[in-house]
Design a protein around this ligand. Structure first.
Ligand code: NDP
Length: 326
């Protein structure tokens, strides 16, 4: 098995020298175990903030993958079946099955299994729970989402359209803005080139926002909070603009606006609703089959390119879900 390990804890933006490949011989699977071979690996933003407290230097890098069972001594996972595993950045692994989720039983043959890491997997579930459980988005409301062309954001906007809402999205390039329009977003803008975020947000929805799905944090938050309607709701999903900061930012704390507008802000992790995953994945797949949910992917080829794919995603190279195909 080849595995990427964390050689040095990230200090600021990750560097090539923070990563190293380790090769090891795996034992034969024992009774109850399976041998897995990675097919698609996920590169996710959470690795950056979680690396400090979930990994030590020298540990294998955390992450999930779609893997094929290539040897099995566990009848729940026959040879040739596919699973989602959280075994990390590795080409082969042995599992007793406890950390494995079989890919949906009726996964259509013509749909890439990589979507199980994206719109019909963890990021899609995150979008769904943020919109339904946290924001409780209602028909006719206006929703704002940032990092909108990414894995989570692009699904958030499309679910909000399915629910009959007005959707405004921001992203970091003209091509991404065009992609958002293709997805049916009512308004989209490039946050890197607008002269004022406040003005761009006001122009996109002069009446303000009922709901804000927050992926970015920092200055964007400050601007967005000011544009909320009274009693607006904010789902805090991520704060990617802060993940590589070496000195923690103070603020932006718009407490006075939070108070005067009587806003509600709630942080969440998709894992709160694990019990709903099977049902939710079926709903996402149904929307996909009906053409209501488009799934864009940014595929990097080659296990050796995992760090490059991860760093590229943090820089915004990806439109849709960033994955690596082995
Ligand atoms: P994306 O596919 O959206 O990829 C990350 C994107 O973030 C980049 O493409 C880039 O797009 C954008 N970005 C990077 N730096 C900045 C910046 N400084 N300011 C604004 N945008 C930036 O990733 P995911 O969809 O997987 O994740 C999106 C967010 O959701 C992250 O914050 C992540 O941590 C969070 N998350 C939370 C979960 C939860 O359970 N709470 C679960 C999964 C994800 P651009 O070109 O537009 O800048």
């Amino acid at each position: 098995a080849k595995s990427w390990i964390l050689l040095k804890h990230f200090d600021g933006f990750p560097k090539d020298s923070d990563f190293e490949v380790k090769v090891e011989e795996l034992p034969e699977p024992r009774d109850g175990e399976v041998l897995l071979e990675a097919v698609f690996l996920s590169v996710d933003p959470y690795l950056r903030p979680f690396s400090r407290f979930r990994m030590k230097e020298g540990d294998a890098i955390i992450g999930s993958q779609v893997a094929k069972v290539i040897q099995s001594k566990n009848s729940a996972f026959p040879v040739g079946s596919h699973v989602v595993s959280s075994c990390g950045w590795t080409t082969h692994s042995i599992s007793d099955g406890k950390d494995l989720t079989p890919v949906m039983a009726d996964w259509p043959k013509d749909v890439s299994l990589s979507l199980a890491l994206g719109a019909i997997g963890m990021p899609g579930l995150t979008a769904l729970y943020g919109v339904e459980e946290v924001l409780d988005l209602k028909e006719g409301e206006t929703l704002l989402v940032n990092a909108a062309a990414g894995a989570v954001g692009s699904v958030v906007g499309q679910i909000a359209k399915i629910k009959g809402c007005k959707v405004v999205g921001s992203a970091g390039s003209e091509a991404k803005v065009a992609f958002l329009k293709e997805l049916g977003f009512d308004e989209a803008f490039n946050y890197k080139t607008v002269s004022s975020l406040e003005e761009a947000l006001r122009k996109a929805s002069p009446d303000g926002y009922d709901c804000f799905f927050e992926n970015v944090g920092g200055h964007f938050s400050t601007a967005a909070i000011q544009q909320m309607k009274n009693f607006g709701r904010i789902a805090v999903c991520g704060s990617i603009s802060l993940y590589n900061d070496t000195t923690p930012q103070t603020g932006p704390y718009q407490h006075l606006t939070m108070i005067t507008k009587q806003l509600k802000m709630e942080g969440f992790m998709q894992s709160r609703w694990t019990h709903k995953h099977p049902e939710s994945l079926k709903r996402l797949m149904a929307w996909f089959k009906q053409g209501k949910l488009q799934c864009r992917e940014h595929v990097t080829k080659g296990f050796e390119n995992m760090p490059a794919a991860f760093m590229g995603m943090l820089k915004g190279d990806n439109t849709g879900k960033a994955i690596v195909a082995v």
